[in-house]
Write a protein that binds this ligand. Structure first.
Ligand code: ADQ
Length: 734
C-alpha cells in the first residue's frame, strides 16, 4: 500500500512537470505563429490600400492619408496606425496613435507598452511611383494574444489534471485488485489449501511460517506459568504427538551393583548429566541408551539388554551397551577423558590424544549409534545425544535416518577455536556434531566459540541471524540452553527438616552445636578446584584466627575416573593437602578439614547441603555446575550462603551468590569469612531470590525449550522434505 501511495505522488508530480513543459512549448509556438500572422495581416492591410496611401502621401494630402490610415484600423485587432518617412519622422497618424510617440524604434517588429497597453508594432514598407516613401506602422492589440495564452494554459492544466486523476484511479484500482488477489493467494498458501505455492511467495511464506513457529515456541516456553513434569509431558504430546524420546548418554541413570554378600544394590551415579536428565526422562518416558557399567547390570537386563527404571516405578527403559575393558580404556578413559575433557576445560591439564584411543572412540560411537537405531521407531525419531563422549554419533545417525530430529547437548564448556585445533581430529569431531539438528551449550559464550571453530576448520556457511551453521546444505541450529535441576526437587522434598539434617551431620562429624560448617560436594576432578578450595580455607583461618576451633569444612569427594593417572595424582594431592592444613591448625578434637572421600547417595548429599552454613563451589572451569543449584534447592529454610566460582555457568544465573575468582585466595578467603558473618536476613534475601529463579528456570523448562525447538525444526524439516519430494517427483501417497 505504501508503494502505491508513493507511485501516485510520483505520478502527480510527473504530470505537473509535464504540464508545465507542455505549456512552455505551446506558449512559445503560439506566440511565434501569432507574430507571423500579425505580419501577414499587416502586409495584407497595407498592400490592400497601397495605391491610395502612396498617392495621398506623394501628393502631400495629409488629411486624406490619415483617413486612409483610419480605414486600415477598422480591423478590431489594429489599435492605431502611423506613416513614418525614411528619416523616421511621423508624417501622419490615426487618432488612437499615442500622443508623444514618434516613429523612432519602429523600423523592426517589436512588442512594447504604450499608454499602459501592451502592443505589437508591425512596420510595413511603402513604395511610391519612383522611390520608397517610408513605412506604415500598425499597432496591434496584444491583450488578445494574452487572453488566448491564458485560455491555453487553463485548458492544458485541466487536461493534465483529468489525465492525472484518471491515471491515479486506474493505479489504485489495479493495485487494489492485485492486492486482493495476492493476499487471497497468500492466505490460501499459508492455510495449506493451495495445492502449489507460487514461486514468488516462497521466501515470504518461509518468513511468515518462521515467525509463527517462533512465536508459538516462545509462547509454549514463556507462557502458561511454571514448567512442571506434566507440562513437559503435554509439550511432548501436543507438539511431538507423544513421540518417544531416545536419549544417548555414556552414564546410565541407575547402576546395578553386586555387593560382597552377593546381593544387588542400585546406585545413583555422581554425575551432573544424570542429575539433570533423569527427571526429564521420567516425565517423557522413552529409552535411555548408556554404557552398562555396573557389576550387576548384565544380570538385571533382559535378553535385549534392556531394564525398566526407576526400580519400582518403571517409567522408562534403559538400554545397556557393553564395552570390553580395552574399549572402555580407549574410548572412555583415553579419548573422552584424557583428550576431550582437558581440551574443553581451561584447567591446566594437558590433553593427550592417541591414535588407538581415537580408533576406539570411532568404533564405540558407531556401536552406540547402532544401539540408538535399534531403539527408535520410524524414520524421523527424536534423539537427544549427550556430551563429549558421542561427538560422532549425530552424523552416524543422520547417515541412516536423514529425517531424524537430533539434538546434541554438550555438558562441558566449548573452548576457543585455537584450542580446539589441538585435537588432531577436530574436523571429524565438528563434522560429526553437525549431523545434529540442534547443538546446545550452557552459555552463549560456548555457542560463540563453537561457531568460531566451525568457521575456522570447516567449509561451512555461518548464518548468524538464524544462529545456525549450514554444512553440506544442511542447517544445524546452535543454541544456549542453560541446564538446571528438577523443581520442586525430589531429594529436597524427601529430606528431613534442615535442623534435623544439621543435628545428624554434626553428630557424624563430631561437631559441637555452636560450630560453623562449610560444605563442598564434587566428583574428585581437577576441574572442580578442590585444592584451591582447601587453600582458601587455610588462608581464611590464617587471616581470621577467630574462626579457628569453630569452623569446619566438609569436603564430599566422589572418586572419579581413577584409572587415569592425573585423577589418582589429584586424589593423593587433595589428601596430602587436607592433612597438611589439619596438621597446621588442629586443636584438641577440632580439625578444620573433614575429607569424606566416597560416593554419597543423594539423600546424604542433601543432608550435608541442609546442614551447612555455607557451600563453596570453586570450579576452575565448569559448564554449569549443578551442585550450586542443588544447594539452593535444599535450603527451603532460606539459610546458608553460596560461594560460587565466576568460571561456572551457574555464576551467570545465581548472581546473589558471593561470586569469587577461585585462584584469588585473598578474595575467596574473604568470601568465606563474609559468609560466616552474614546476618540471617541477608542470607534469606539472597536465598529467596535464587530459589525464585530456579523455580522458574528448572530442568523441565530446559527440556521443554529443547523439545519445542525440536518440534519446530521437525515441522520445518517435514515440510522441506515434502517440498523436496515434490520437486523430485517422489511424493508418496498420504
Ligand atoms: P559434573 O561434572 O558431574 O557435570 P555437576 O553439574 O556439578 O558436575 O554435577 C555433579 C553431580 O554429582 C551433582 O548432582 C552432585 O550432587 C553429584 N555429586 C557430586 N559429588 C558427589 C559425591 N561425592 N557423591 C555423590 N554425588 C555427588 C557435567 C558438567 C557440568 C554440568 C553437568 C550437567 O561438568 O558443568 O553442570 O554436567 O550438564
Amino acid at each position: 500500500m505504501k508503494g502505491t501511495v508513493r507511485f501516485l505522488v510520483l505520478l502527480v508530480l510527473g504530470l505537473a512537470l509535464l504540464a508545465m513543459g507542455a505549456l512552455h512549448i505551446v506558449s512559445s509556438t503560439f506566440r511565434e505563429w501569432f507574430e507571423r500572422d500579425l505580419l501577414l495581416r499587416a502586409e495584407l492591410a497595407v498592400n490592400g490600400n497601397r495605391h491610395g496611401l502612396a498617392r495621398q502621401w506623394e501628393a502631400g494630402n495629409l488629411a486624406a492619408l490619415t483617413q486612409r490610415l483610419t480605414d486600415i484600423t477598422r480591423d478590431e485587432r489594429i489599435l492605431a496606425a502611423a506613416a513614418c518617412n525614411n528619416e523616421g519622422r511621423l508624417v501622419a497618424r490615426t487618432a488612437e496613435w499615442p500622443a508623444g510617440v514618434d516613429c523612432e524604434g519602429f523600423s523592426e517588429p517589436r512588442v512594447s507598452t504604450l499608454g499602459g497597453t501592451r502592443v505589437h508594432a508591425t512596420p510595413v514598407p511603402l513604395d511610391g511611383e519612383s522611390a520608397r516613401l517610408g513605412r506604415v506602422v500598425l499597432l496591434h492589440d496584444l491583450s488578445f494574444l494574452e487572453r488566448r495564452e491564458a485560455q491555453t494554459r487553463e485548458f492544458l492544466f485541466t487536461a493534465f489534471a483529468v489525465l492525472a486523476a484518471a491515471a491515479a484511479l486506474i493505479t489504485i484500482v489495479a493495485a487494489r485488485l492485485s492486492w486482493l488477489g495476492w493476499s487471497a493467494a497468500l492466505r490460501r498458501a499459508l492455510s495449506g489449501k493451495s495445492s502449489s505455492e507460487p514461486r514468488e511467495f516462497q521466501p515470504l511464506l518461509r518468513d511468515v511460517r518462521d515467525l509463527v513457529e517462533r512465536l508459538t515456541t516462545e509462547k509454549e516456553v514463556e507462557g502458561q506459568g511454571r514448567w512442571t513434569p506434566e507440562r513437559l509431558k503435554q509439550t511432548l504430546s501436543r507438539h511431538l504427538h507423544g513421540e518417544r524420546v531416545v536419549i544417548l548418554a555414556n552414564r546410565e541413570p541407575y547402576i546395578h551393583h553386586r555387593e560382597p554378600d552377593g546381593s544387588i544394590s542400585v546406585r545413583h551415579p555422581a554425575s551432573g548429566l544424570v542429575t539433570a536428565l533423569e527427571p526429564v526422562m521420567r516425565a517423557c518416558s522413552g529409552t535411555w541408551v548408556a554404557h552398562g557399567s555396573g557389576t550387576a547390570d548384565r544380570a538385571t537386563s533382559d535378553k535385549h539388554d534392556r531394564v525398566r527404571v526407576p526400580p519400582g516405578e518403571e517409567a522408562y527403559t534403559v538400554r545397556r551397551v557393553w564395552l570390553t575393558d580395552e574399549e572402555e580404556r580407549g574410548y572412555y578413559y583415553g579419548f573422552s577423558n584424557e583428550g576431550m575433557w582437558p581440551l574443553c576445560h581451561v584447567a591446566h591439564t594437558r590433553p593427550t590424544f592417541r591414535i588407538d584411543d581415537w580408533r576406539h572412540y570411532q568404533a564405540i560411537n558407531q556401536r552406540f549409534a547402532d544401539a540408538v537405531l535399534d531403539e527408535v521407531d520410524g524414520e524421523d525419531p527424536i534423539v537427544l545425544v549427550q556430551d563429549y563422549h558421542f561427538a560422532l554419533v549425530p552424523a552416524l545417525i543422520r547417515e541412516r535416518l536423514p529425517r531424524a530430529t537430533i539434538i546434541m547437548f554438550w555438558h562441558i564448556p566449548w573452548p576457543n577455536a585455537e584450542r580446539i585445533g589441538i585435537c588432531p581430529w577436530s574436523e571429524q569431531i565438528l563434522e560429526g556434531m553437525l549431523g545434529a539438528s540442534v547443538v546446545g551449550f550452557h552459555t552463549q559464550q560456548h555457542c560463540n566459540n563453537f561457531i568460531d571453530s566451525i568457521d575456522r576448520y570447516l567449509e561451512a556457511r555461518i548464518d548468524r541471524e538464524q544462529r545456525a551453521v549450514v554444512h553440506h546444505r544442511r542447517s544445524t541450529a546452535v543454541r544456549a540452553y542453560p541446564i538446571s535441576i528438577d523443581w520442586p526437587n525430589r531429594w529436597a522434598t524427601e529430606a528431613p527438616k534442615p535442623a534435623e539434617c544439621r543435628a545428624q551431620v554434626f553428630a557424624e562429624l563430631g561437631l559441637p552445636a555452636d560450630a560453623k560448617l562449610g560444605v563442598g560436594v564434587d566428583r574428585l576432578d581437577y576441574t572442580k578446584g578442590i585444592e584451591e578450595r582447601l587453600l582458601a580455607v587455610e588462608r581464611m583461618l590464617e587471616r581470621f584466627p577467630e574462626h579457628r576451633g569453630r569452623f569446619t569444612f566438609a569436603q564430599l569427594a566422589a572418586p572419579s575416573r581413577t584409572a587415569i593417572e592425573r585423577y589418582s595424582q589429584l586424589n593423593q594431592n587433595v589428601e596430602k593437602l587436607a592433612e597438611r592444613i589439619n596438621g597446621k591448625f588442629a586443636a584438641g578434637k577440632w580439625k578444620p578439614i573433614a575429607l569424606l572421600r566416597a560416593h554419597h547417595e543423594p539423600p546424604a548429599v542433601f543432608r550435608y547441603y541442609r546442614a551447612a552454613d555455607l557451600t563453596y563451589v570453586s570450579s576452575l572451569h565448569d559448564g554449569m555446575n549443578l551442585v550450586a543449584k542443588e544447594f539452593v534447592a535444599a535450603r527451603e529454610d532460606e539459610r546458608g550462603v553460596l560461594i560460587l566460582s565466576s568460571f561456572t555457568g551457574a555464576a551467570r544465573e545465581l548472581t546473589e551468590a558471593l561470586v569469587v575468582n577461585p585462584y584469588d585466595l585473598e578474595e575467596a578467603s574473604s568470601a568465606i569469612a563474609t559468609a560466616l558473618a552474614m546476618p540471617a536476613d541477608e542470607q534469606a534475601d539472597r536465598m529467596r531470590a535464587m530459589r525464585a529463579y530456579l523455580a522458574e528456570y528448572n530442568v523441565y523448562r530446559w527440556g521443554g525449550r529443547m523439545l519445542a525447538e525440536a518440534a519446530r525444526l521437525r515441522a520445518r524439516e517435514r515440510l522441506t522434505g515434502r517440498l523436496t519430494d515434490r520437486l523430485l517427483g517422489l511424493e508418496r501417497p498420504a
